[in-house]
Design a protein around this ligand. Structure first.
Ligand SMILES: Cc1cc2nc3c(=O)[nH]c(=O)nc-3n(C[C@H](O)[C@H](O)[C@H](O)COP(=O)(O)OP(=O)(O)OC[C@H]3O[C@@H](n4cnc5c(N)ncnc54)[C@H](O)[C@@H]3O)c2cc1C
Length: 367
């Protein structure tokens, strides 16, 4: 019999692992929690929209926007207020800093171990977690956020190539973030490219080239697209690069969703919206439910809509700018955001879907 048994072990101190850690501690601060992490953390900007009254780590939100910009592939700019929603930004630096320098040290029931987890050996009431250095840990429940590898050749990826920059002159409109800008004509049948902008002040912003494609990450190509975008939109304005944000997420693919006493969380647990890549608030909802031992059952129709969009991406990627243009020019942005968050009513869904290119969707429905 092992000498030390944890109530729960969390594998991975990333977005989902730390959110679960937080919510478990809110429910029962006496639980003995083991947090196992490889220590490998990349910089990310976690953004999400929610009602003002919602509460996804409000004390970590560094900036909120109440307006959003969408720029069509023909260069038309659409600004819209998104009230009662707001678009929030949490930097991974601040998130990690809070957890590792404040939250974990203040909770003696949490044990943080830096190690690479090799496997979980499931038992009846007790499960063992075996690490690369051959150390083993025992826990009654295990939450696993290790990423799952997909072998699906049709899988679409969302690649990010962004830079935090500071202009010499105060040229930015910091009141509105740009969710998608398709105006740079660089999309091809293999990849749909748009730009995403978070203006933090009149001089500082994250400008990110975002690519939907089945192709692997192409650093040089995305770098050149980024330069092209900045030159096209900001001309000869001088700027310096403060830091970079790069990464890839799979859009869909198989997730090994296990439930019961050994379960998956985060992207590995299917908490990332396949067609958008947004995951932060979904992981938070999942963490609350897991901590309270409740199960989430959302309407299945949103997965169906997602699959439709992914099918179009897989077969006619060149249609994506057109699909998005049509959506944002015909439907109010807050309605789109609620739809993308799986929170719209069936009536609203019908209204929104009726604005899309119906024959295109039917074609892929029948495929
Ligand atoms: C560049 C980028 C920007 C993003 N921006 C947003 C955004 O704005 N909004 C949004 O909602 N989503 C965003 N996402 C998507 C999603 O929210 C993030 O990918 C999020 O980090 C996923 O959380 P996670 O817990 O599943 O994985 P991670 O945050 O990657 O955490 C997994 C953890 O497990 C650890 N680990 C892995 N394998 C092992 C092992 N074998 N043993 C021990 N530890 C291990 C890793 O070191 C890591 O700490 C973004 C993703 C990327 C890549």
């Amino acid at each position: 019999m092992p000498t030390h048994i944890y109530d729960i072990a969390i594998i991975g101190a990333g977005a989902s692992g730390l959110q679960l850690l937080y919510e478990l501690t809110q429910v029962d601060p006496e639980q003995k929690i083991l947090l196992l992490d490889s220590g490998d953390r990349s910089t990310k900007s976690w953004c999400f929209w929610e009602d003002k009254s919602s509460s996804c780590f409000p004390f970590l939100v560094e900036k909120s926007w109440h307006s959003m910009t969408y720029r069509t592939s023909s260069g038309k700019t659409l600004h819209s207020k998104i009230t009662p929603l707001q678009y929030n930004y949490i930097s991974s630096d601040r998130f990690f800093d809070y957890f590792f320098t404040e939250f974990i040290p203040a909770n003696p029931n949490i044990t943080l171990v830096k190690s690479w987890v090799k496997e979980i050996q499931e038992g009846g009431d007790l499960h063992s977690i075996v690490c690369e250095d051959n150390s083993s840990y025992y826990a009654k429940r295990v939450a696993d956020s290790r990423p799952q590898k997909s072998e699906d050749p049709a899988l679409i990826y969302q690649h990010f190539s962004g830079k935090f920059i500071e202009f010499e002159e105060p040229i930015l409109d910091e009141s509105s973030m740009t969710l998608m800008d398709f105006s740079l004509p660089v999309s091809t049948p293999e990849m749909a490219v748009f730009h995403y902008i978070l203006p933090f002040s009149k001089t500082k912003a994250l400008i990110e080239t975002t690519v939907f494609t089945q192709l692997p990450y192409d650093k040089e190509a995305y770098e050149s697209i980024w330069q092209n975008y900045v030159t096209t939109h900001y001309g000869s304005q001088k700027y310096k690069i403060l830091s970079i944000e790069a990464g890839t997420i799979p859009m869909g693919g198989k997730t090994l969703i296990k439930n019961g006493r050994v379960f998956t969380i985060g992207a590995a647990g299917g908490n990332m919206k396949a067609s958008t890549g947004y995951a932060f608030t979904r992981m938070h909802q999942d963490a609350i439910y897991r901590a309270q031992n409740r199960s989430i059952k959302g309407p299945k129709r949103f997965r169906f809509y997602d699959k439709m969009l992914l099918k179009i991406m897989q077969n006619e990627m060149n249609k994506i700018p057109e699909v998005m243009d049509r959506l944002f020019t015909r439907v109010q942005t807050p309605k789109i955001l609620r739809f993308l968050d799986d929170k719209s009513s069936l009536l609203n869904d019908i209204g929104l879907l009726s604005q899309l290119d119906i024959p295109l969707f039917i074609k892929h429905l029948l495929r």
